[in-house]
Design a protein around this ligand. Sequence first.
Ligand SMILES: [Zn+2]
Ligand SMILES: [Zn+2]
Ligand SMILES: [Zn+2]
Length: 380
Amino acid sequence: MPSATAESAYDPRARSCAWCYAVLLTTTTGGVGSGVSCAACPRSFCSGPCRDMDWSTHSFWCGKAGEKGVDFEICHISGKGLGMIAKRSFERGEKILAERPVLTTTNVVATCNDQTNTTAAANESIRVAAMSLTPLQGSLDDKVHANGVCLESQDPEQPTPPPPPQTTTTSNSDDKENSEQDDDDDDDNMAAGLFLTFSRVNHDCLGNADHYFDHQHGVELLVANHRIEAQTEITFPYTRSGKQRQICLEWRGFTCHCKACQIPFWNDQVNAMCTLDSRITQLGGCSCDQKRAKAVQSAKTLLVIYDRVQASCRDYARVHYDLFQILVLQNDTMPEARRHMLLAHDYALSFCGYDQHETVLKYRGYVDHPERHGNYRAID
Ligand SMILES: [Zn+2]
Ligand SMILES: [Zn+2]
Ligand SMILES: [Zn+2]
């Protein structure tokens, strides 16, 4: 049988070592040559040492996430270049991919200034694989800039501003959450990671998947929004900026041809999601009853659109948490608030995939003890 050897040219479509990304030779039956596999799942490596190195980031998700060449493949997609195709069906919330960053920066901007701060040893085969990313003629720093993914924990929530202090004696209403929101302005200073397979997933303004960096286990997860049939392309939206998205996409160097960019009805849905989101944030914490009622109505409309576009569990979790944060302000809406908190928890658990995830734990805390939330009965 042919032995698994590193090729000088990396081909993202080929089976490769899950640790060093060296291309593995495949047998005539499609199996991997003399490489080694994980003892508990089909994940393949060029050697035992690579398998051992991988275990620290693989152990938690072993058998719980898809593998290249087994569950999905990277291949040519008409009009798009490379992309990811499901080889089997995935259910809602299922983890399509769990991948560690081969290179991380503490600051993408610094990276662009040639001050790459690598925390992973970019050995030769990883470097070769990274150089196959876009822009094809670019330097490694250009690749990081174009393909880097934020590594900050992305809590599935959107803070609702607390009511103004003059309306209530509890002015402590979630100062912490506001500071989290302020942190969002510092995107340029956030750590970013380079993921060699995840980077091949194409954009779609609606998309059938979503992703997050599981920093508790050091991997990027790609999560199915809804059932994805075999042979379907797997995509996610690179931006959620509604009407502004074309500008964002042009900046990334391409024009989108998804159904939202071609059919006015779906375009309206994408734009409405963005508008409703900001309305919830703006009005959810107002002391004025009518404005809060409008925020609640916007959230409920948003949930209807989510059903229509088959949004990710993370989106549902965030909106139910928003509703909780608004409805928990008053005693007479407490039962409804608790219902939404339970739903937020269940969706977050489906998305994150384990009950010890920090967001899931936090939501569990509010399910059991809504009175611990800063907004609790802050208005009545
Ligand atoms: Zn290897
Ligand atoms: Zn495994
Ligand atoms: Zn589009």
